[in-house]
Design a protein around this ligand. Structure first.
Ligand SMILES: *[C@@H]1O[C@H](CO)[C@@H](O)[C@H](O)[C@H]1NC(C)=O
Ligand SMILES: *[C@@H]1O[C@H](CO)[C@@H](O)[C@H](O)[C@H]1NC(C)=O
Ligand SMILES: *[C@@H]1O[C@H](CO)[C@@H](O)[C@H](O)[C@H]1NC(C)=O
Ligand SMILES: *[C@@H]1O[C@H](CO)[C@@H](O)[C@H](O)[C@H]1NC(C)=O
Ligand SMILES: *[C@@H]1O[C@H](CO)[C@@H](O)[C@H](O)[C@H]1NC(C)=O
Ligand SMILES: *[C@@H]1O[C@H](CO)[C@@H](O)[C@H](O)[C@H]1NC(C)=O
Ligand SMILES: *[C@@H]1O[C@H](CO)[C@@H](O)[C@H](O)[C@H]1NC(C)=O
Length: 210
């Protein structure tokens, strides 16, 4: 074995470097994770429902909403820590007033799963009492921390957060856009870093092999 190796030192060296490169690539493919996606599926402000208010019922400043979380990792679970949600009212293009906040309990999500959660938040202090351009806009933000479950092990904690401005129908109190609204996350820079790293590893493999 040793004699063969000294005879073909170059080949031996090359195959060692190639397999090391492949192991690194395999590890990277196994360990890389994608951030879950968060959508605001529905949002309803009973205080804006003209049918209720015209019935002279006492105003209800609750915000009722449905959140959808998608784990796009096909082979990794996600453990969500407490999810913090804040709702603020846009007073103009740049200013908001805090309206309500609430939390969702920690939960685990299997690989490739989608989870939908109904919840509500109680608004304190003046409710939705101002509009921008004749429309009610809410700023909805979420923030949590997640651990990815890779086979039997949990990764370290990662921050996950995002938000969006949501337009509300002033006469029904429902979110104007019936489709889910992505609570944008800071995923892009992370993904760019991964692409840069993988490009680097692949070119390193080629460089060392030839
Ligand atoms: C508004 O209130 C009426 C009366 O309570 C109810 O029937 C209706 O479903 C409400 N609208 C929405 C969008 O929930
Ligand atoms: C407001 O309405 C929601 C849903 O109808 C109800 O669950 C909640 O208890 C109400 N809150 C108040 C303060 O009346
Ligand atoms: C309100 O209208 C003005 C002028 O049409 C526009 O510049 C501004 O972006 C609008 N504000 C919002 C929050 O859409
Ligand atoms: C919002 O901020 C931008 C830039 O800071 C400023 O140009 C604009 O006048 C502000 N708009 C309002 C309504 O305060
Ligand atoms: C959440 O609501 C409580 C009670 O209204 C308030 O004291 C607290 O400051 C709010 N927290 C955030 C982060 O807005
Ligand atoms: C809306 O409510 C807030 C908080 O109570 C108050 O400071 C503000 O003056 C109200 N705005 C209007 C237009 O009533
Ligand atoms: C707002 O809601 C009312 C009552 O449900 C509906 O008639 C109206 O078309 C809605 N407006 C928009 C812009 O969707």
């Amino acid at each position: 074995m040793a004699r063969e190796c000294s005879a073909n030192l170059c080949t031996c060296c090359t195959s060692f470097i190639t397999s090391t490169g492949l192991v690194i690539l395999f590890l990277w493919l196994t360990l890389r994770t994608q951030q879950p996606k968060c959508f605001l599926q529905s949002l309803y402000l009973p205080s804006l429902n003209k049918t209720i208010t015209s019935n002279h019922e006492h105003s209800n400043n609750t915000v009722i909403f449905k959140l959808k979380l998608i784990n796009t990792n096909k082979d990794k679970g996600v453990l969500y820590h407490t999810v913090h949600l804040t709702f603020a009212l846009l007073l103009d293009a740049n200013t908001t007033r805090p309206l309500a906040n609430t939390t969702l309990e920690a939960f685990y999500q299997g690989h490739g799963r989608t989870t939908q959660k109904w919840s509500s938040a109680e608004a304190h202090g003046g409710g939705v009492n101002s509009t921008v351009n004749g429309t009610v806009f809410l700023r909805v933000d979420f923030a949590t921390r997640v651990n990815y479950k890779i086979m039997l092990f949990y990764s370290k904690r990662h921050r996950l957060s995002g938000g969006a401005n949501v337009e509300v129908n002033v006469s029904s109190g429902e979110k104007l856009d019936p489709k889910g609204i992505r609570l944008g996350s800071e995923a892009a820079p992370l993904r760019l870093r991964w692409i840069a790293l993988s490009t680097f590893l692949v070119s390193l493999c080629f460089y060392m092999t030839y």
